[in-house]
Design a protein around this ligand. Structure first.
Ligand code: C2E
Ligand code: CA
Ligand code: CA
Length: 574
């Protein structure tokens, strides 16, 4: 393992010392002879608050009781009963007492060496004939230990015992200077939705998870000549000599933790790796890159690892640009709601049954941007809330208008993000949107993706239940991409399963996909749910789906998503 560098955060230390310097420190004098106790008390009492103990047992009582408040212990080595050596040993072996410096009082030269070996900070020879020397030595020892303790406190993350981020970065720099030729990997490790684990299991278990993962990562780092730190609540960094398979190594390490809870969460951990990180780049920047890679797969449940490459930086800049332009886009009417019809196919001729509202952005400089690009970005930064509200309002207004103008009711479904559902007052908001537009709950459907259910199930189920009690119908979007079990499905408050496009693609040539659709149909009929197939592009697909009993289809075969005026024409044609 690498040697710990010897730098001290003087700035932090001085700030701290300035505040505590005014306090009178407390010293414990342990000596069996009363005359010695008295003399030392006399010398010390002008500068310090002095406690005394006449034997080892009494000393231990005071030490364990006053541990935080003692700045120093003066300890006589030879006492009847528990002697000074035993007291010293106990202090050095107890982690929470280790911080207190001990100065040994002795008249025996050979004992000095032994007590220093046992961890005494210094010794004062008897008799006590030079009070100024004694005072100076004591002061120096206390200052030194306080400084060391502060450095230690600022160097480690108290929960996991790993380095903290600042120290880690300094350390990484020292490693760079030391091993100039070595290629180094910067690694970021994060736990997906850790806050939910905290909510489900409570803080104590949450902390335990963080500690155990931290320990595993530290172990891996040490085995590979690297270092690890905790950079924020549920995130860790590692700086390692380049390895070919860091990802498998790390995930194996975490899987090997013997703990029931960890067993269930190792697949929640995501890794961002910047292999052979560029040394010309600032060390903080290099970890930003690892983090960028790590966050690029946030919310993508199929991927655990991502490797940094320079296109990610471009993507980051692009994301920032879109975020900066959203408000202006909204106020200038650059966002448009398109509609894609859904057809009921279990009748002789398919007929228009409803539509899905899908947002489009006509950007003045970037042109048409697909929601596939900006939705994930806005979901990541929370801006989706505002955008979704715009879509809901606009779609509701449009349905209301068509109803009034043509006397035709076209139910429209809107997409709802997970964070929308977590918002308090969500149900009230939906209700007031419907009221304002003059539409009924039967005319306004919500699409919630399957992964939202499997993530925060309790909260989401509660909200969705409220919505259904208003008379609304809920579609489970992208069904087949999340992890709902059959058991879970039967207890979820939903009305419609919306099969993910992946199942439909290639259904003509792929027996397995067709079987999957049939299976879903069985489940749906058992649970009394309607099924929508989306992404239907060909006549063959449509025919096959009709045969399997799928109720509704949506896709390019019938119509692409279209602007409101075209949707109006489709509606009028029926
Ligand atoms: P989604 O909810 O799964 O929407 C279906 C997507 O499939 C739409 O992509 C639609 O245009 C596309 N699609 C429909 N038929 C076909 C087909 O036959 N073939 C193919 N290849 N694609 C088809 P779009 O409009 O690009 O939207 C992408 C995703 O963005 C949506 O996936 C949805 O998750 C999200 N999104 C769109 N509008 C909104 C919105 O207003 N709010 C939120 N939160 N998300 C939205
Ligand atoms: Ca959808
Ligand atoms: Ca979908």
């Amino acid at each position: 393992m690498f040697v710990t560098p010897n730098f001290v955060r003087i700035d932090i230390m001085n700030e701290f010392l300035k505040d505590v310097i005014k306090l009178k420190r407390r010293i414990l004098v342990v000596d069996d002879e009363e005359i010695n106790r008295r003399m030392l008390s006399k010398i010390l009492s002008s500068e310090y608050e002095v406690l005394t103990a006449e034997n080892g047992d009494r000393a231990i009582e005071i030490i364990t009781g006053e541990r935080e408040l003692l700045s120093l212990i003066l300890l006589d080595l030879y006492m009847p009963g528990k002697d000074g050596y035993e007291v010293l040993k106990l202090i050095r072996e107890t982690p929470r007492l280790k911080k207190i410096p001990v100065i040994v009082l002795t008249s025996d030269g050979s004992a000095e060496v032994q007590s220093l070996k046992l961890g005494a900070a210094d010794f004062i020879p008897k008799p006590y004939d030079l009070p100024d020397v004694i005072l100076a030595r004591i002061e120096k020892t206390i200052q030194l230990y306080e400084a060391i303790n502060i450095v230690k406190a600022t160097q480690f993350d108290p929960l996991t015992g790993l380095y903290n981020k600042e120290y880690f970065m300094e350390y990484a720099l020292v490693m760079d200077q030391f091993y100039r030729e070595r290629e180094m990997d910067a690694v970021a490790v994060n736990i997906n939705r850790f806050h939910i684990l905290n909510e489900i299991h409570g803080r104590i278990i949450g902390d335990r998870i963080l500690r155990m993962i931290g320990r595993a990562l530290k172990e891996y780092a040490e085995e590979h000549d690297g270092i690890a730190c905790r950079y924020d609540a549920d995130g860790y960094f590692l700086y390692l000599p380049h390895g070919e398979d860091v990802y498998s190594g790390l995930s194996e390490k975490i899987k090997s933790i013997e703990d029931g809870i960890i067993k269930n969460i190792h697949n929640r951990i995501r890794y961002g790796i910047y292999p052979r990180s560029d040394r010309k780049c600032d060390i903080h920047r290099r970890f930003d890159c690892a983090l960028l890679a790590c966050n690029s797969i946030k919310g993508d449940y199929k991927r655990e690892v991502s490797y940094y490459d320079s296109s990610m930086l471009e993507f980051e800049a692009y994301s920032e640009r879109l975020a900066a332009d959203m408000d202006q886009g909204l106020s200038e009417g650059r966002f448009k709601v398109y509609y894609q019809p859904k057809y009921f196919i279990q009748s002789e001729e398919p007929y228009l049954s409803s539509a899905e509202a899908l947002i489009r952005w006509d950007h003045p400089e970037l042109g048409m941007i697909s929601p596939g690009q900006f939705i994930p970005i806005f979901e990541g930064n929370g801006m989706i809330r505002k955008l979704d509200r715009f879509v809901w309002r606009e779609a509701a207004r449009q349905i209301g208008e068509w109803k009034r103008l043509h006397g035709k009711s076209l139910p429209v479904s809107v997409n709802v993000s997970r964070i929308d559902l977590m918002e308090t007052g969500f149900t009230d908001e939906i209700r007031s949107i419907m009221d304002e537009a003059g539409i009924t709950p039967e005319e306004f459907l919500l699409e919630v993706t399957e992964s939202a259910y499997t993530e925060d199930s309790d909260r989401i189920i509660e909200v969705v239940k409220n919505l259904r009690s208003l008379g609304m119908r809920i579609e489970m979007d992208d069904f087949g991409t999340g992890y709902s079990s059959l058991n879970m499905l039967s207890s979820l408050p939903i009305d419609v399963l919306k099969l993910d496009m992946g199942f439909i693609r290639n259904i003509e040539n792929n027996e397995k996909n067709l079987k999957m659709v049939e299976l879903v149909m069985n489940i749906a009929s058992y649970l009394n749910l309607k099924v929508v197939a989306e992404g239907v592009e060909t006549k063959e697909q449509y025919k096959l789906l009709k045969k399997t009993g799928v109720h509704l289809v949506q896709g390019y075969y019938f119509s692409r998503p279209v602007p409101a005026d075209e949707m109006e024409k489709i509606l009028l044609k029926g």
